[in-house]
Structures are given as structure tokens and as C-alpha cells.
Ligand binder design. Structure first.
Ligand code: S3P
Length: 448
């Protein structure tokens, strides 16, 4: 689904405390992977808790175009009848991945070693984003790619007929690149090795092991060395998708900022490669606790309780933590604006190539609303003047980026004057129930 539609101007307030339980949707990263690996197994994979956001629905549509049978059942569960590793059929239409970088990059990997040609496109945001980071390593398998200048979509990928396995050192901290190479390696004979210097989210590795692939990770001086044996027969799985920590971040941060709040966010995936924001908030002095820690479907899970936290302090968030909270910096900067003192965010260059340039988008919007921000190529700082100190009152641009839109709506809830987001429609890509869920906690939204 692409965002060519009418922009939806929106603002948010919180007249009183936010209270109650926030049942956020399923994890976006895990949802994409469940559909793609389900489509690459032979037989029926059952999925509960799948995120039904536009990004994931686009991936479901793509898997159907490759020949898998993907069904949503009345009880909200999904099933995928896969076609087997290397069994993708050539789609007879262009594959539109909408707003989703994860969708397009993972699917490119999954089809790269099948003897088919596929043309990919996306919305205005996705068609600006770099694809060479994926097509460069895929070329090592024998895959060809022709896109627009700068390695951008629309792009046609010609899958390798006789793929060879590869050894690849991922040059940027990116789970999407790592995953694309691993998915391509599934249909190459022999061992494909991916080395990452910094640990990024490891859902692909965990899920591949769950589907019965031979995969191991060794931590060496070179980094994490992931070895996958190609051409396994993947066994269909029953997958329970944990709720998304990146979506949980919004009600959690709103609760920390709105006076008197006390919100429980149950069943949140707390994979250590994803949980950096929550530890950062605790370090800042947030009243945020993990209750009922447990393991579900190979992923650590907990219930999060967040309470109003007027005593948070600015801190330095080290570069080593960036990968584990890369999607959470926009909302962290909103918390930082309401903490006391400077928050420094280091080693965050990747934020510049997300659904928008997130450093630029947040810095511009925060400045317009009275927050002091400084930014460089791979760092930025936010000067917090304490709880309730943000003036607000300005209109900000969301740049087709769901997380920018939600972050500024959280800012609006805690600012002196409402902040107006020029287009909140992209929220549907990852968190379609955001406004309903926040309204149930006590927030109010105005569509302008
Ligand atoms: C994702 C990886 C991250 C993240 C994105 C989801 C994934 O992107 O920002 O929202 O599911 O693999 P990069 O791999 O580009 O860091």
C-alpha cells in the first residue's frame, strides 16, 4: 500500500493521566520474517499475533505473488502454505512494498537465488532509500540488479540460476542486509557466512533455527560469524509473534511524560538486540519496570510498567547501543526534551537512511517547538529543560515516516501548546491502532 492518499493532519493532548493496559500489536520485524520463512517452507505455517499493519500486509501480498497461499482466518490468526526453498514462482506483476524497507530488502534476499526476475517498487519514501547495501552482497551469489540512479527503486532483480554460497562482512550495522544475505544463502549450495561487527536484531537467525535450518553464530574477534548451510528443507512452524517493543515505546514514553500516568504494556518482546531504549530510559531515571520475565517462541518477553517520571536526567547514549534501539531515537529525543540536561546520541548515522532522515526530521520539528537541538552526521544532542518545559505550538512534517508522526504526537501530549503533525496517515504502516489505544489510556486526538 503506498501513501499517495490525502494527508491527515493531527494533534494530540492528554488532559489527565494515562492509565490502564496498552495491548500493542505484533512485532513488525518478526511478522515479516514469519510470512517469508513460512512461504519458503513446505507445508502449513500457522501464525498468531501477526502485525496487520500496511508494511506486513504488503509482504503477505508479495508472498502470494510468489506462489505461497497466505490466509487470514476469522479468529485473526494467519496461515502460510509455503512453496519450499528455491520454489518461488515469478510474479506476473510488479511487487509493491509500500513504505517498507524491511519488506523489500528481505524479499529481495529470499528471491535472489531463485531463477526468476522480479521488479520491485514502493512509495515516495521507499523509492528514495538505498538498495545497493543489499544488491551488492546479492551480486556475489550471481544475482543481477538494475534500478534507478543511486541504486534506488523501482528495480528489477534477476535471480541467480546457479547460485554460489558467499562469505560477506556486513559493512553497515543492518539486520536487513544480514537477513537478505542469509535468506539468499538458503537456496545456495554449501555454507553461506555472514559476519557482522556489531550485533543487530537476530530474529532471522532465531527463526531459521526454529524452521530447522542448520545455522550457528560464533562470537569472534572479527565480530559475530553466522554460518548457514544452504538448501535445507524448512519445516513449517507454529509461530506466536511477541508484541512489538518499538511500538510499546510510544505508550511507555507517553506515560513517563504525562503527570500521574501508570500504564502496563503486556507481552513485549525483549530480545536484547531490541531492548536498548528501555535500559536507556531506566538509566535516565524513568520509573519503568519489567514484570513477569519469560521466554515465548524462542524470544524473551516481559510486561512493562511505566509511571510518570518527573526526575529524568539527560545522559550519553553510547554508539555501541545504537543498533539495539535504532528505531527508538525519535521518541527518545522527545523524552530527552522533557528530562533535565543534555542527552547525547552517538553513532546514529543509520538514522539518516530510514523511512526519513530521522535526525533531520526530529531536529527540525523539536527546534520549531522550542527545544534546543544540535546535530552532526552521526550524532545529535537534545537539551532538556525539565518536565513540561516544551513550548509546542508549531506544525511539524512527518515525511511519510510513522515513527516521526507518533513521536511528535507524544511530544504534543506533554507540551504546553499542541504540536500539529502534517500527516499522521503513515502510522498505519506499523501501528494501525495507535490512536485508539492511546485514546483508551486517556489521550485525545484531533484530526484537522
Ligand atoms: C529491521 C532492521 C532495522 C530497523 C527496521 C527493521 C529488520 O533496519 O530499522 O525498522 O526487521 O530487520 P536496518 O537493518 O536498516 O538497520
Amino acid at each position: 500500500m503506498s501513501h499517495g492518499g490525502t494527508p491527515q493532519e493531527m494533534s494530540a493532548r492528554a488532559a489527565g493521566p494515562l492509565t490502564g493496559e496498552a495491548h500493542v500489536p505484533g512485532d513488525k520485524s518478526i511478522s515479516h520474517r514469519a510470512l517469508i520463512l513460512g512461504a519458503m517452507a513446505v507445508g502449513e505455517t500457522k501464525i498468531t499475533g501477526l502485525l496487520e499493519g500496511e508494511d506486513v500486509l504488503d509482504t503477505a501480498k508479495a508472498m502470494r505473488a510468489f506462489g505461497a497461499e497466505v490466509t487470514r482466518h476469522e479468529d485473526g490468526s494467519w496461515s502460510v502454505h509455503g512453496v519450499g526453498t528455491g520454489g518461488f514462482a515469478e510474479p506476473d506483476q510488479v511487487i509493491d512494498c509500500g513504505n517498507s524497507g524491511t519488506g523489500v530488502r528481505l524479499i529481495m534476499g529470499a528471491m535472489a537465488t531463485c531463477p526468476i526476475s522480479v521488479t520491485f517498487t514502493g512509495d515516495a519514501s521507499l523509492n528514495k532509500r538505498p538498495m545497493a547495501r543489499v544488491t551488492d552482497p546479492l551480486a556475489l551469489f550471481g544475482t543481477q540488479a538494475v534500478g534507478r540512479s543511486g541504486g534506488r527503486l523501482p528495480m528489477t532483480i534477476v535471480g541467480a540460476r546457479d547460485a554460489v554460497p558467499v562469505r560477506y562482512v556486513v559493512p553497515v550495522p543492518s539486520a536487513q542486509v544480514k537477513s537478505a544475505v542469509l535468506l539468499a544463502g538458503l537456496n545456495a549450495p554449501g555454507q553461506t557466512v555472514v559476519i557482522e561487527k556489531e550485533a543487530t536484531r537476530d530474529h532471522t537467525e532465531r527463526m531459521l533455527a526454529g524452521f530447522g535450518a542448520e545455522i550457528s553464530t560464533e562470537v569472534t574477534e572479527e565480530g559475530r560469524v553466522i554460518t548457514l548451510t544452504g538448501q535445507p528443507e524448512l519445516t513449517p512452524q507454529t509461530i506466536t509473534v511477541p508484541r512489538d517493543p518499538s511500538s510499546a515505546a510510544f505508550p511507555v514514553c507517553a506515560a513517563l511524560l504525562v503527570p500521574g500516568s501508570d500504564v502496563l504494556v503486556p507481552n513485549i518482546g525483549l530480545n536484547p538486540t531490541r531492548a536498548g531504549l528501555f535500559y536507556t530510559l531506566q538509566e535516565m531515571g524513568a520509573d519503568l519496570t519489567f514484570e513477569n520475565m519469560r521466554e515465548e517462541g524462542g524470544e524473551p518477553v516481559a510486561d512493562l510498567r511505566a509511571k510518570y517520571s518527573p526526575d529524568m536526567k539527560g545522559i550519553t547514549v553510547p554508539a555501541e547501543r545504537a543498533a539495539s534501539m535504532i528505531d527508538e531515537y525519535p521518541v527518545l529525543s522527545v523524552v530527552a526534551a522533557n528530562a533535565t540536561g543534555r542527552t547525547e546520541m552517538l553513532g546514529v548515522k543509520e538514522l539518516r537512511v530510514k523511512e526519513s532522515d530521522r535526525i533531520e526530521a526530529m531536529a527540525t520539528g523539536l527546534l520549531a517547538n522550542g527545544v534546543a537541538v544540535e546535530a552532526g552526521e552521526d550524532w545529535w544532542t537534545v537539551e532538556g529543560a525539565g518536565p513540561g518545559s516544551v513550548a509546542g505550538g508549531a506544525t511539524v512534517e512527518s515525511h511519510l515516516d510513522h515513527r516521526i508522526a507518533m513521536s511528535f504526537l507524544v511530544l504534543s501530549m506533554s507540551a504546553q501548546e499542541p504540536v500539529i503533525v502534517d500527516d499522521a496517515a503513515p502510522i498505519a504502516t506499523s501501528f494501525p491502532i495507535f490512536t485508539d489505544l492511546m485514546t483508551a489510556l486517556g489521550a485525545s486526538f484531533e484530526t484537522l
